[in-house]
Design a protein around this ligand. Sequence first.
Ligand SMILES: Cc1cc2nc3c(=O)[nH]c(=O)nc-3n(C[C@H](O)[C@H](O)[C@H](O)COP(=O)(O)OP(=O)(O)OC[C@H]3O[C@@H](n4cnc5c(N)ncnc54)[C@H](O)[C@@H]3O)c2cc1C
Length: 456
Amino acid sequence: MESIWTKTVQIPARKKAEGRLEREIAVIGAGMTGILTAYRLQQMGKQVVVLEAGRIAGGQTKNTTAKITSQHGCFYQKLISDIGIKNARLYARANQEAIDAFEKMAEELGAACDFVRLPSFLYSADDEENLKKEAAAAVSVGIDASFVTETELPFPVAGAVRFSKQAQFHPLKFISAAARGLEIYENTPVKKIRKNVIYFDGGTVTAQKIIVATHYPIINFPGMYFMRQHQERSYVLALSRCPRLQGMYYSADLDGLSFRSAENILLIGGNAHRTGKNVQGGAYADLREKAKIYFPDSREVCCWSAQDCMTHDGVPFVGKYFYGQQNRFVATGYKKWGMTSSMAASLLLSDLACGRQSIYEKVFTPQRHRVKAAGNLMQDMAESISGLARGWMFPYSKREEDEQKHWTRCSHMGCRLKWNPDEKTWDCPCHGSRYTVDGELLDEPAKCSLKKKTNR
Ligand SMILES: Cc1cc2nc3c(=O)[nH]c(=O)nc-3n(C[C@H](O)[C@H](O)[C@H](O)COP(=O)(O)OP(=O)(O)OC[C@H]3O[C@@H](n4cnc5c(N)ncnc54)[C@H](O)[C@@H]3O)c2cc1C
């Protein structure tokens, strides 16, 4: 499965790291977060190296839909209730500033990355009241938002919340330009970090500051991010012969779809599920059905899927890796809004890594405790425990017994893997690591492939 972005842009390869390196700052992971953070730190005069397990942007970033917006689903009413109006304003401001920062950086780089300003719409088939409340909540945190009843969508809606001056781009054209002047090593998976030394096969990097930008944090202790977030996967179809949309669309309804145009191609996204919980399959088939209904003349160009980390309170974890750590930082938990979130993270982390204070630190700090999110936290912990204990403490179901000859356990923490028939992969329902049918690692937090070859 290949995204429309990888079909249209090839980022030049970099060599593997070797030997002993010493730099002021090391960034682990060359996705949108790692590249933006390294770029900003280099602009601030720091000597930075980036270590990437695979290829630049080869993680989730190559499979995003790249809507650059502070409209993060139906979120602001909940956010205000959870963290108060003052902090919710800071969240909105960080994300609005991120949109401007992308525009400025694209100009600075002279990047022909199809960056374009356009409005973003949150629509619902039937819940007009909720949308009106969401529009009011967005206005109250400083966003230029309004409730509208007209959209370009090919089906009736009860209305939509319109955010003006949002943006979209081609993420790989942008990242290719941003990576140009950076010291990046590819095919260099980091195995461990001890104090200020990073270990990879064939060498080490010693750095005063280390930024873990691996999408899902790869260091389990301290931090215990594996207890505090899970991954959710969703699916995308790229279609030709469709109308070109003048806005980006996201649904407030549970089974809704997202839409954006990319030149003359239309992207439709949806069918989200917790990673490891798609045992029935049918995610692409369902999108194809809907495409046939709404855009009967369309032709499929390609399809793909991706996943993102969902924190218990819906706010990313960006800041110090663990209490009191002044030299190690992290950014994760973007809830499928990793374009503005990664830019906001890069601004915050570059300040912290340079010893500066930031007004945004208290909103995004990974060391926060939000009582209202305790239910989600308990649910994530329960999933982890059940995945680990399946077959040992908890008996298998009949179906699981039938699967015994196929399945295997994750190399991250030993959870039982589940087959995803849409992707033909083995996925971990606890923390979201994924493997090919041959047991090769596709997605972190696991750091290595499966020892035992799978059998499917
Ligand atoms: C279907 C879908 C659609 C989306 N659409 C949007 C959208 O429209 N707008 C939006 O804002 N967000 C969107 N997102 C979210 C967004 O794509 C992600 O949040 C973002 O790309 C994450 O970037 P990242 O740099 O944190 O992670 P990644 O891009 O995954 O980068 C992490 C990098 O770390 C590397 N790595 C991992 N382990 C190691 C290791 N041990 N050593 C060295 N390197 C390592 C990986 O190889 C990878 O390259 C979407 C998400 C999904 C699932």
